[in-house]
Design a protein around this ligand. Sequence first.
Ligand SMILES: Cc1cc2nc3c(=O)[nH]c(=O)nc-3n(C[C@H](O)[C@H](O)[C@H](O)COP(=O)(O)OP(=O)(O)OC[C@H]3O[C@@H](n4cnc5c(N)ncnc54)[C@H](O)[C@@H]3O)c2cc1C
Length: 459
Amino acid sequence: LYSYDATSFQQIPDVVVMPRSEEEVVEAIQFARQYGLSVTPRGAGTGMSGGAIASTGAMIISSEKMNRILRIDVERRVALVEPGVLTGDLQEKVLEKGLFYPPDPSSYLVSTMGGNVAEGAGGLRCAKYGVTKNYVIGLRVATADGKIIGTGTLDSEYHGHIAHGRGVESRAASHNDYFSPDLTPLFVGSEGTLGYITQIMVRLIDPPETARAMVAFFPTASQAAEAVTAILTKPLMPSVLEFLDRMTLTAITAQVSLPVPEHAEAMLLAEVDGNADTVAGDLTSVIDVCQTHGGFGIEEASEPKQRDHLWELRRSVSPSLTTLATGKINEDVCVPRGELIHLVEWCQALSDETGLMIPVYGHAADGNLHVNVMYDADDRSQAKLAYNTVERILQQALDLGGTLSGEHGIGRTKRPYLHLQFSPEALELFRRIKHIWDPNRLFNPDILYPSPEELALAK
Ligand SMILES: Cc1cc2nc3c(=O)[nH]c(=O)nc-3n(C[C@H](O)[C@H](O)[C@H](O)COP(=O)(O)OP(=O)(O)OC[C@H]3O[C@@H](n4cnc5c(N)ncnc54)[C@H](O)[C@@H]3O)c2cc1C
């Protein structure tokens, strides 16, 4: 169970430890050091870049038993959680108190806050509300030398009080978002390579009064992508704007009931939220733009139950793609919004050229598309072709001014390609940051940062 995540990598760890407290995390780290094991922090193992997979001779420290919501402070609008809290559980509990934690990776019902912070997770409504990094304001971290440090609102001055659940940190109270200097951002997206996150403080906001959603189909993928760009140039920001191409629709309809019109080559799913007075008008504007760009079969979903059905459907996409082929490489490239259409068209041409199925879907509003290369896992030459194709996709995203990963992280899957985006000087700086925090490469030694040999090759 602890040997895999949502990638195709697999490695059985030597030891799995499930601490119940910060003190036990420190003990586990000391044990690993004593016995020459490396440490792989692990949340729910839903990662899509292989970060929670053990290296050879590694101890997995699982956060599954550190899953307490330590505090929801309504007055300060913050929550303090242990890393194993499921994101969906936190969202539910803060909503009960009239507050909102927006970051919502499609895996939010099963992935952990620790994993979300370590990957810098994005999600469906992140174009409007921001990603995980915009909400994390303080961390406590167990370091490679077995010490606990606090960052941001949880800086070390307060750690005694917080660890024992006493009092509210008075200085931090007026500094929720403006704590400086602050090491917190260094850990968000560090993929478990710098230390083990033991506590997370996030800021909370007011929930929207109401929301309305719609689904529209398009005769071509390009028209759907054009509609996305046109919607985003309007003075409104949908809370969700998801793009799904024909191949993705074919995979979903094999699993769940979705009436897709015969000539539909793409679908957009949009949600607007906010005040009751403005939401209806905003949805009409979105629908108008879709119609102008050839959208048809448009259906509104204003009832919570109808909307839940749409999001359930959206969350089923990634697993349902596995019905198309036995091999699947899921890349989450990100391009500037205006380039979305070029990426979509280029992927279609690439699919025609290689003969591989390349379904494309994703968070269109922030240019973060999931480009999936499907192949027959038993056919070595097709697998090779698929991996070569991936490199071309990554290069194309960079050529369009984008980035290698919009939310899944670098991990094991994209580490070999890091030099495509970063200069040798930048890579050397990354390596030095890792060296300062973790000179003996205790934490996740085989992910994210290129090795000295790889750096030499990049030069
Ligand atoms: C169906 C599906 C849909 C998904 N949709 C999205 C999406 O919309 N947006 C998105 O961003 N991602 C998405 N993901 C990817 C994944 O869910 C996220 O990356 C998530 O944040 C991983 O959380 P986890 O608890 O599973 O972490 P894991 O997979 O267990 O670990 C991920 C990384 O975090 C590190 N880590 C975990 N806990 C700690 C800790 N306490 N301290 C330090 N490091 C730690 C691990 O070492 C590893 O490098 C999806 C995955 C699936 C399977």
